[in-house]
Write a new protein. Structure first.
Length: 185
């Protein structure tokens, strides 16, 4: 089974399209912030959060419950695609329904391998994978640049190094993260 969680009006063929708003006519009307989810353990082979995860889990308790349920329903090696606005872009900042920035660094907190490393080196990172009994490995990250910066880069008016510096110092350079994680069971 493939799940498209928080689908809104962006439904995908071959997926169970899930949203809490019946107005968007999902296959399943369900609020993903509510646990437990109505799917069997280890039943999902693919999960998509396309501009939806940043709308979920304003409280840490709810967000961690979502991550636990996600892990429960995922089969081993289930691929989870997460597309979110960059937290320093106006697309994130200007939407009052965006309640949680989602970054690659945040998602590494749910990796047992990474948590074990942090434990060995006595890092201050929260070992959430160990606390929650989940294990997600970060397998890919790409960024979509804001069109202004994409044009500058394409026209060779800004180097990759200058672009990287701008992305760490300025808003509205990176528009979107496209993150892939997989469930390890």
């Amino acid at each position: 089974m493939k799940l498209n969680l928080g689908c809104g009006n962006n439904k995908h063929e071959g997926y169970v399209n899930v949203d809490m708003f019946p107005e968007c006519n999902p296959d399943v009307v369900f609020d993903v912030e509510t646990v437990p989810w109505p799917w069997e353990t280890s039943s999902a082979t693919a999960v998509l959060f396309n501009h939806s995860l940043e709308h979920m889990g304003a409280s840490s308790k709810v967000f961690l419950a979502i991550m636990k349920e996600l892990y429960r329903v995922c089969a081993n090696d289930c691929v989870i695609e997460i597309n979110v606005p960059h937290p320093r872009h106006d697309q994130f900042i200007n939407d009052p329904t965006h309640v949680r920035p989602i970054t690659p660094a945040l998602l590494t907190l749910f990796s047992k391998r990474q948590n074990e490393h942090w434990k060995r080196v006595r890092a201050a990172n929260s070992p959430l994978a160990l606390y929650l009994g989940v294990d997600f490995e970060l397998t890919g990250v790409t960024v979509a640049l804001d069109p202004v910066y994409q044009k500058l880069f394409d026209e060779k008016k800004i180097t990759r190094e200058e672009l990287n510096t701008a992305a760490t110092e300025k808003n509205n350079v990176v528009a979107e993260y496209r993150i892939t994680i997989k469930a390890v069971k």
